[in-house]
Design a protein around this ligand. Structure first.
Ligand SMILES: Cc1cc2nc3c(=O)[nH]c(=O)nc-3n(C[C@H](O)[C@H](O)[C@H](O)COP(=O)(O)OP(=O)(O)OC[C@H]3O[C@@H](n4cnc5c(N)ncnc54)[C@H](O)[C@@H]3O)c2cc1C
Length: 330
């Protein structure tokens, strides 16, 4: 019976990307609940060091397919190599992060193995032995619960932030790193890798911030952002925002938090006038403490807030800043 969960490890510029660890957290949870083992596969040219980093996680083994033809990513190379790896193992689920690279090769791989790809999932749950994956449809207007049909392996990609990288269980000792040989020829790779797609340069790295004061449409006008900046300054934190604030040019794009912005996990996240749409939540639900100020008691942000204040931010924030200043000056 196919009961292995295999996690795809992505790397860029010699480093494992965050989606790899989030995928591992997802894979470990699936393995725990379905009673199988979790392993991880890495492809590339000269990936021994990265494979050993992965072996620190609680996994059965790390499979490393090292080949000069995999040194540069191509959809042909990756789908051919993974197809061969999958053929020789009892894999039930191949878990991937929903990154640009995965979006590029995973449909090709799914077609090769004749299996489905449930992509960009936000969540997973086990319901009476049924594995259900939730994803958004129609530009995020609806949620669809999707269940894989047919024989394994099934491909599942998870949206950034759907699982927390710090939820990855470390092993008590390093797992075995085993090399797998894949049969590739230069002719089988029909694309020549160009320059890697780069996100627009981010001058602010909110992922490292310990305190973030994030602002949404409730702030009403750009001139009111001063209030938000003052709160962030008093707390010693960074300013973040929901998408409409950045789309409107009120704050630069690198301040955006959410599925199409940054994924953050600060110690404290203060959400001011943010409704808490799912696309925003996936970028910040990993925060340790979430304080939400919103005048609508039904706003979804309160479902994940540690502390919630129902009220007008323009009345609440100024005295809050004064109180913080008083505490700081003793
Ligand atoms: C494909 C896709 C990707 C997306 N990616 C992102 C993303 O990365 N990040 C993101 O944030 N969004 C993203 N969105 C948009 C997302 O769906 C929401 O539209 C957006 O998060 C809403 O922003 P908001 O909470 O600021 O505004 P709104 O939803 O309009 O909420 C404003 C809130 O302010 C409150 N409010 C109003 N006045 C006050 C006041 N005086 N005091 C206190 N509270 C007040 C209101 O009660 C309301 O809850 C994406 C959407 C799609 C379709």
């Amino acid at each position: 019976m196919n009961n292995e969960i295999l996690v795809f490890a992505e790397h860029q510029n010699g480093k494992l990307v965050r989606a790899t660890w989030e995928g591992l957290a997802a894979g470990q949870r699936l393995a725990r609940e379905l009673g199988g083992a979790v392993s991880v596969v890495i492809l590339g040219g000269g990936v021994a060091d990265l494979a050993h980093q992965l072996a620190q996680a609680k996994v059965q083994e790390v499979l490393a397919a090292d080949s000069p033809l995999l040194k540069d990513y191509t959809a042909d190379g990756y789908s051919l190599a993974l197809n061969q790896v999958l053929k020789n193992r009892p894999v039930r689920y191949l878990v991937l992060g929903h990154t640009y690279q995965v979006r590029d090769f995973a449909p090709k791989l799914a077609a090769k193995i004749g299996s489905g790809l449930i992509s960009d999932c936000l969540a997973y749950r086990l319901e009476n032995d049924r594995q259900i994956f939730t994803r958004q449809v129609f530009q995020g207007k609806f949620y669809a619960d999707v269940e894989p049909l047919g024989g394994p392996p099934h491909l599942i990609s998870f949206q950034a932030g759907a699982f927390r990288e710090d939820a990855v269980e470390r092993g008590s000792s390093a797992a075995a790193v085993n090399s797998v040989s894949v049969n590739l020829t230069a002719e089988s790779i029909r694309a020549k890798p160009g320059e890697r797609f780069r996100e627009s340069k981010q001058s602010v790295d909110l992922t490292q911030a310990e305190i973030i004061v994030a602002v949404g449409r409730g702030i009403k006008a750009p001139e009111n952002l001063e209030l938000v900046k003052k709160l962030a300054e008093a707390l010693g934190g960074e300013v973040g925002a929901s998408r409409p604030i950045c789309d409107g040019g009120w704050l630069p794009m690198d301040r955006q938090i959410g599925s199409s912005g940054q994924t953050v996990s600060p110690k404290l996240y203060v959400a001011l006038g943010i409704s808490g749409a799912i696309q925003h939540q996936v970028g910040m639900k990993g925060a340790r403490t979430i304080v939400a100020i919103n005048k609508d008691a039904e706003a979804p942000i309160f479902e994940i807030a540690t502390y919630g204040i129902v009220g007008d931010l323009f009345e609440i924030v100024p005295p809050l800043i004064e109180e913080i200043k008083k505490i700081k000056t003793g």
